[in-house]
Design a protein around this ligand. Structure first.
Ligand SMILES: *Cc1c(COP(=O)(O)O)cnc(C)c1O
Length: 346
């Protein structure tokens, strides 16, 4: 049986969180003399809402999740780091993740001195469910899954993820940074059934706000309360909260952009597949394409000299020979393909 409190580190169980001025007085007043702010209005002279309540109401509508089940962080990376700090005892506990995947889980594990156990995906990039279940032990606190996965681009099979959620009494984190480009349903639908589920999403990709730094974690109310109690009090600044609220009001425009990116992705897949030096274009449900070529490093450098920067993933396990290419605008993609066609002429 899953019990969040038995998973928590002892020091976090005992923690008395910092109480800010904005925690101690909530509501509307006419004169604020409690936070040592400069009283002259300039749009950012006041501290932000530490719990971002207005933003969570809007995100809650959008995602069909209760505000009390939403944590907002300085990118999803903040949520990842806080999960380590809340649940993983340095030097004792471990986490399990698939390989290859997003690099931040390992970096956060290393920073927190938590053992990071990796289980290779299968050749077709599907989850090795037995491999993951076999790697769990009494000190495993979190399993990290990423779907659609970075850098492979595929979504994990829902049955595989559910099987891990059913079998493991620790936290299962599903990173859905690319969910808006995929045909799959979000696992946020399953929050009612799985108290051990944490779903991560972000405003950095589909929402076009990587510069604003806003990540979301969806989980049980109890897990969200823990994350809130250990975060920096004012982790999301006023400018980000206001900018994201404005952006949420233009949801239709963002959805249109996502459609265009998906259409461009399909065009790109067709054009890349036609190139003689391309061995394989992997199926993708994200806003990037993983492409296996016969000479990745030379092509990477050639493109760089042409002013086109892609990601060399050829040293990554199971991605030998691969470049990861983000889907750009129609113009960006045309420049990329023109450059590659000229390379073929050599
Ligand atoms: C890009 C990306 C993120 C986003 O991180 P932010 O800190 O929210 O910008 C998270 N997870 C994966 C797998 C990513 O590729």
């Amino acid at each position: 049986m899953f019990n969040m409190y038995t998973l928590l580190r002892e020091n976090i169980k005992k923690l008395k969180p910092y109480s800010s001025a904005r925690d101690e007085f909530q509501g509307e007043a006419s004169v604020y003399l409690d936070a040592n702010e400069n009283p002259y209005e300039n749009g950012i002279n006041r501290y932000p809402d530490p719990l971002q309540q207005e933003l969570k109401v809007q995100i809650g509508h959008l995602k069909d999740v209760l505000p009390e089940r939403i944590f907002l962080g300085n990118g999803s990376d903040e949520a990842i780091d806080l999960l380590f700090r809340a649940f993983c005892e340095p030097g004792t506990d471990n986490v399990v993740a698939m390989k290859p995947t997003y690099g931040m889980y390992k970096v956060c594990a290393d920073i927190n001195n938590v053992t990071y156990k990796e289980v290779l995906l299968k050749e077709d990039y599907s989850l090795d469910v037995d491999g993951i279940l076999n790697s769990l032990d009494n000190h495993t606190k979190i399993v990290f899954l990423c779907s659609p996965n970075n850098p492979t681009g595929n979504s994990l099979a829902q049955v595989d993820v559910l099987h891990i959620l059913d079998c493991f009494d620790g936290l299962v984190v599903i990173d859905e940074a690319y969910i808006d480009f995929s045909t799959q349903n979000s696992f946020t639908d399953r929050l009612n059934n799985y108290p051990n589920l944490v779903v991560l999403q972000t405003f950095s990709k589909a929402w076009g706000m990587a510069g604003a730094r806003l990540g979301m974690a969806f989980a049980s109310k109890e897990i969200i309360q823990i994350l809130n109690s250990i975060k920096y009090p004012y982790n999301i600044n006023v400018l980000t909260q206001d900018t994201v609220l404005d952006r949420l009001a233009t949801k239709d425009k963002v959805e249109q952009q996502v459609k265009e990116i998906i259409a461009e992705r399909e065009k790109l897949i067709t054009e890349l597949s036609a190139l003689s030096f391309v061995d394989m274009v992997y199926p993708t449900e994200a806003n990037f394409v993983l492409v296996r070529v016969n000479n990745p490093v030379e092509i990477y450098k050639y493109l760089m000299n042409r002013g086109v920067i892609v990601r060399d993933r050829s040293k990554v396990a199971l991605c030998e020979g691969c470049l990861r290419i983000t889907v750009g605008t129609d113009e960006d993609n045309r420049i990329l393909i023109e450059a590659l066609k000229e390379l073929k002429a050599f």
